[in-house]
Design a protein around this ligand. Structure first.
Ligand code: AMP
Length: 367
C-alpha cells in the first residue's frame, strides 16, 4: 500500500491489536479497579487506542487528553512541543498515561516533566506499542501491549505525514530490496558506459575504482601518488590500498538503494574482502555480470578511447596487453568464485550500447 511516496506492508491485524489493547486494560484493572484513575491519552496518535481501551476497561475512571508532537515524516525530530496541556484538576489522583507508541522516549520524558510539578497520587505509563530495542529513557514502562522491532509503522491512530491514522490494522514501512551488482569484464568491455545507464534505470550508486584512482591522481592526493605508477604501467594497484578505498566509498554511501561495482573486485583477495565487508553492513552481492568481448575488438576500442580521454594506459598497446595479462592471471579466476556462489551471469558485450543495456537489464530483472 502506498502512502505519499512510501510503500507499506501489513504488520499487525485488527485482532492482534485488540488483543493487545485488552491485555493492557486487564493489567491496569488488576491494579486500579478499586479506585478511580484518570487516563491521559496523548494525542494525536492515541485516540483509537484510548477509545478501544476504555471499551475494554469497564471500571470507574476519568479521561482527558494532552497533545504533543515530535515526529515529522519518518523520524522523530527530537523537539517535543506541547500543543495541549492537561486541563483537568488532576491533583491527588492516580494518573495513567495512555500512549500509542513509545520509541526513543523523548515524548515520554517531556510528559514526565510536565507531570513532575503536579502532586499526583500515583503516576503510571501504559503504551500500546513499545520499541524496547530503541527506548533510551530512564522511566520503566509500566504497561505495554506489544513490544515491536524498530520499524516505522502507520495505522490504528499512527500516521505518516498525517495519512493512515484511520486504518484498523498496522502497517510497516517496506524496506526496498537492495541490489548490488558487480560489472565484470576486461578493460574496454563497456563496464563504465553500461554502469551510467544502469545506475539511472535502477537508482544505484556507481563506484568505479579506476575513476576514484584517476580523481585522486588529478588532485595529487597521497592515494593518487601511490596508485599512479601502477596505473601508468597497466598493473593492478595493491589489494590493501584498493580494498580500503572501496570500503570508504561504500561507507560514504550506505543510504544508497544499491551499488554497481565497476572494476572491483579484480582479485580473489578483493572478492573475499568485499563479501566479508558487505556482510558487516547486512548487504551482499546479488549478481556478477560479465560483459564478454574478444581482445582484438577491445584493443581497438581502448586505442580509440585513449585518443579522446588522454588516458595514458589506453594509448599504448603494450600497456593494454599488460592490463589483459593482469586480467587473465588475477581477475579471470573470479568467474569461478562467483559461479560457485551461483551469482555469475554473462552477456554479449558487442553491439549497440542500447542492445547491451537491454541484455544486462534482462539479467537484472530476474534477480
Ligand atoms: P579501470 O578504469 O577500471 O580500467 O582501472 C584503471 C586502473 O586502475 C587499472 O589498470 C588499475 O591500475 C587500477 N585499478 C582499478 N581498479 C582496481 C582494482 N580493483 N584493483 C587494483 N587496481 C585497480
Amino acid at each position: 500500500m502506498q502512502i505519499h511516496d512510501k510503500f507499506f506492508v501489513p504488520f499487525l491485524s485488527e485482532d492482534q491489536i485488540l488483543a493487545a489493547v485488552k491485555k493492557v486494560a486487564d493489567n491496569i484493572a488488576e491494579d486500579f479497579k478499586n479506585e478511580t484513575p484518570i487516563f491521559v491519552g496523548v494525542l494525536n496518535g492515541s485516540f483509537m487506542f484510548v477509545s478501544d481501551f476504555l471499551k475494554a476497561y469497564q471500571h470507574p475512571c476519568e479521561v482527558t487528553f494532552v497533545k504533543m508532537s515530535s515526529y515529522e515524516g519518518l523520524t522523530s525530530t527530537g523537539i517535543v512541543e506541547t500543543l495541549l496541556d492537561v486541563s483537568e484538576n488532576i491533583e491527588g489522583k492516580s494518573v495513567i498515561i495512555l500512549e500509542d507508541i513509545i520509541d526513543s522516549g523523548r515524548t515520554l520524558k517531556h510528559l514526565i516533566h510536565m507531570f513532575s510539578n503536579i502532586n499526583v497520587k500515583e503516576f503510571k505509563v501504559a503504551s500500546l506499542f513499545y520499541k524496547s530495542e530503541v527506548y533510551r529513557g530512564e522511566y520503566p514502562i509500566d504497561y505495554f501491549g506489544i513490544d515491536i522491532p524498530d520499524k516505522f509503522i502507520v495505522g490504528y491512530g499512527l500516521d505518516y505525514n498525517e495519512l493512515g491514522r484511520n486504518f484498523r490494522e498496522v502497517y510497516q514501512l517496506k524496506q526496498p530490496d537492495m541490489i548490488n551488482l558487480v560489472l565484470f569484464g576486461k578493460p574496454g568491455a563497456g563496464k563504465g558506459t553500461q554502469a551510467e545507464f544502469l545506475k539511472e534505470k535502477y537508482n544505484l550508486k556507481h563506484i568505479s575504482t579506476g575513476d576514484v584512482f584517476r580523481y585522486n591522481i588529478k588532485n595529487n592526493t597521497d592515494l593518487g601518488l601511490l596508485a599512479k605508477s601502477y596505473i601508468d604501467n597497466g598493473d593492478l594497484v595493491p589489494d590493501e590500498v584498493t580494498i580500503k578505498m572501496l570500503q570508504e566509498e561504500v561507507t560514504k554511501n550506505v543510504a544508497a538503494s544499491g551499488f554497481i561495482f565497476d572494476g572491483f573486485p579484480r582479485t580473489t583477495v578483493q572478492a573475499e574482502a568485499l563479501d566479508a565487508f558487505l556482510m558487516t553492513k547486512n548487504m551482499k552481492i546479488n549478481a556478477t555480470i560479465a560483459l564478454e568481448a574478444n581482445d582484438e575488438v577491445l584493443i581497438q576500442r581502448l586505442l580509440e578511447r585513449g585518443k579522446l580521454s588522454g588516458r595514458s594506459d589506453d594509448q599504448d598497446e603494450d600497456k593494454i596487453r599488460n592490463r589483459f595479462d593482469e586480467y587473465n592471471q588475477k581477475t579471470a579466476p573470479l568467474k569461478n568464485y562467483y559461479q560457485e556462489q551461483g551469482k555469475f551471469h554473462s552477456v554479449d558485450g558487442i553491439g549497440a550500447i542500447d542492445d547491451v543495456t537491454a541484455r544486462l537489464a534482462k539479467v537484472i530483472e530476474t534477480l
